[in-house]
Design a protein around this ligand. Structure first.
Ligand SMILES: [Zn+2]
Length: 700
């Protein structure tokens, strides 16, 4: 591939040629050739290197020009033309394709023990002793659809699904629409040279973001959604109309070579390198490791880190690297002995949706929640899951009594993904969103343009409980020992009817309550006492103003000296603060406009809660000597911690950044600095040693 600078120049020249292009046959031939060459390089940069230098619209413009030429001079069209990617006419049905060599399935390992047992079997099979290292290749197991691509003389001539391993379906027209699959691979260059015929095996998948967007679109159109990206990818590939496939941003990762008509790389890792060299995308995380312990570590890492990827993986495939060793190990029934799939714990399960309840949130938002027949997902029993909102349930036609797909991923609350309509008995019933608050009976409201319903009653007990939970939470006023159960108990006993009551709790009265034996009452009163002196930012956060989270609360506390100053600010003032938009400004003004809320502030004042900015919330002195200057600190300074150094800079009005860039004014360099010092030198940014730095910011 040429370098990006040359490619950009070539593209510019081509575009200017196109602007006054008169299609005579000779020039058309040259132009088609040039366009194809440039377009395939751009596709490679975009889809394989992830480093495009051309906007999508420009790419489309060049494709359009090529298509025009080919339409006018059909003999100039070639099988590797990128114009074939956009999808041709619907197919009558899929041709069956017999695979020249079957696509085997893999044996599974469900834990580290299983993985080690597999390795021990490999060693025995190779006649090696227990301690012998056998190099392995670890590859992420992409949750997509397996396909086999055949290149003949460098041209993509056929793509087939795995099917049953022996016979698949011909999906060549659809795979041509996947832009990261090269239609042609270079004949010369890689070692060994591209053979007359080669089969490339890999996985077609749909990135997570595209999957979510596709499902939203389908749900909105009242069509059936997909349970997971794999099904969506399969659905896309098996479209008889490749124009529909072309609309799904499918991707491809190659993972091995099938039959090769000629010399082949001598190991799996060499095969992956070879594939990369000929421009076929290979997953960048694939790694050669020297023994089983490194493979176990790889599996462990990705078990925990799978959510950092923008595609689904369901495990790791571990393969013996050396081809000779692979051949000696051979296969058993329909699985090779030299590879194993380490499977991650499941994240999805199907179970019955027993009921749908609604919860009232702090802001009055009403959230439908699924009551499930308990089901184990990846070692955790799940009996509740979110259903998001009324529209989500309606658009996916989720009914009470349905068998449903439930997904639990990472730290996210489990969610009902979709029903399984095929499992219906006819007993299922549609759910209707209640029109009244389940806690206070007040009619619910749904605002224009919002998916959620709200209870707007000021005295809604459920909202009050949520507010108490929020106000006392660790991130806000941090009253230790408070929780949801206690909030309910104290509210029901009439002891806490407003946030102010939290600061009027009385040990004697508490001790008379059930479960308040021993020190519990005294501890609670002491915790509330301590919370009187929290920062202004924590107080603002605790009030539960809509859209005001931790960051916004802190911004407000830095800008205004007291809660009264915040209350006095108008929308214009607020919206002029960096980080605060008109919606938040509006929400703050609205909150203070409500009489009950102003009374709450007065109540808090009367019980001695701090309503002023504390010294630690003071804004940096904008007039300080370092105002407008950006610093980066690297290395160890003697007798002063990194944090102290940074605090000094901030107190003097300067800013501290984490990395060196063109906007950095000074880099402070201590002992054993990292690459930041080199970077500063490269960019010619002034470097301060410890002495110079301390002279600039003497201790206040
Ligand atoms: Zn209510």
């Amino acid at each position: 591939m040429t370098d990006p600078v040359r490619l950009a120049a070539r593209t510019r020249a081509l575009r200017s040629e196109l602007s006054d292009f008169e299609p005579d046959p000779e020039r058309a031939e040259w132009m088609a050739l040039e366009l194809r060459g440039v377009l395939s390089e751009h596709a490679h940069r975009y889809y394989v290197l992830d480093d495009p230098i051309l906007a999508d619209a420009e790419y489309d413009e060049l494709i359009g020009a090529l298509r025009q030429i080919e339409d006018r001079y059909p003999h100039l069209r070639t099988v590797d033309s990128p114009t074939l990617r956009v999808g041709g006419k619907p197919l009558p049905g899929f041709e069956k394709v017999a695979h020249p060599e079957p696509l085997l399935s893999l044996a599974n390992a469900f834990d580290e023990e299983g993985l080690r047992a597999w390795y021990a079997r490999c060693l025995r099979g190779l006649g090696l002793d227990e301690a012998a290292p056998v190099a392995l290749v670890c590859e992420l197991k992409i949750d997509g659809l397996a396909v086999a691509l055949t290149y003949r003389d460098g041209m993509l001539v056929r793509a087939a699904t795995r099917g049953d391993g022996s016979v698949g379906e011909d999906i060549t027209a659809n795979v041509r629409t996947i832009r990261s699959v090269p239609l042609r691979i270079p004949a010369a260059g890689p070692e060994p040279a591209v053979p007359g015929s080669v089969e490339v095996r890999g996985e077609v998948y749909l990135p997570l973001e595209a999957f979510a967007a596709l499902n939203d679109r389908l749900a909105e159109a009242g069509e059936k959604t997909y349970a997971n990206p794999r099904n969506a990818a399969a659905g896309g590939l098996r479209q008889l109309d490749s124009r529909i496939t072309a609309q799904r941003p499918l991707r491809f990762f190659a993972y091995s070579l099938g039959p090769v008509d000629g010399p082949r790389p001598g190991s799996q890792s060499a095969a992956l390198r070879w594939l990369r060299e000929v421009g076929i995308p290979v997953n960048p995380k694939a790694t050669r490791v020297e023994d089983i312990e490194e493979a176990v570590a790889f599996c462990r890492h990705w078990t925990g880190d799978r959510d950092s990827l923008d595609y689904e993986i369901d495990g790791v495939v571990v393969k013996v690297d050396d081809l000779g060793q692979q051949a000696r190990l051979g296969a058993v029934s329909n699985a090779p002995r030299w590879a194993v799939a380490f499977k991650f714990p499941a994240r999805e399960a199907t179970t019955r949706l027993l009921d749908i309840l609604v919860n009232v949130g702090r802001t009055g938002v009403i959230k439908p929640e699924a009551v499930l027949e308990p089901v184990g997902i990846g070692g955790v029993t799940v009996s509740q899951a979110t259903l998001h909102n009324e529209d989500y349930i309606a658009s996916r036609d989720i009914r009470i009594g349905d068998t449903v797909v439930v997904k639990r991923a990472g730290d996210v609350i489990p969610q009902v993904v979709q029903p399984v309509p095929a499992a219906r008995t006819g007993e299922e019933r549609r759910w209707i969103m209640p029109r009244e608050c389940p806690a206070c009976g007040h009619p619910l409201e749904r605002l224009e343009g919002e998916a959620d319903w709200y209870c707007v009653a000021a005295d809604c007990p459920a909202q009050f409980i949520r507010l108490v939970e929020h106000f006392t939470s660790r991130g806000a006023m941090d009253i230790e020992g408070f929780g949801s159960k206690l909030a309910v108990q104290l509210a029901e006993e009439g002891l806490v009817q407003s946030l102010v009551d939290l600061f009027r709790l009385d040990t004697k009265r508490l001790e008379s309550l059930e479960g308040f034996a021993g020190k519990k009452a005294r501890n609670l009163v002491a915790a509330a006492e301590a919370a009187r002196h929290r920062t202004l930012g924590r107080l603002i956060l605790g009030l539960g103003i809509r859209h005001v989270g931790k960051t916004i609360a802190e911004i407000l506390a830095r800008r205004y000296a007291s809660i009264d100053a915040v209350a006095a600010a108008n929308e214009e003032d607020l919206a002029s603060i960096e980080g605060i938009g008109p919606v938040i400004a509006r929400s703050v003004v609205d909150w203070f406009a409500i009489g009950d809320n102003r009374s709450l502030v007065e109540g808090l004042r009367s019980v001695g809660v701090n309503l002023h900015r504390l010294p630690e919330e003071e804004p940096p002195a904008e007039t300080g000597g370092l105002a407008g200057q950006t610093f980066v600190v690297t290395g160890t300074l003697e007798g002063i911690s990194r944090k102290d150094a940074e605090d000094r800079i901030k107190r003097a009005g300067g800013k501290v950044a984490g990395s060196v860039s063109g906007r950095t004014d000074y880099v402070v360099v201590g002992e054993s600095p990292g690459s930041k010092a080199d970077r500063a030198q490269e960019l010619g940014i002034p470097i301060l040693d410890q002495e110079a730095f301390l002279a600039l910011v003497p201790e206040a």
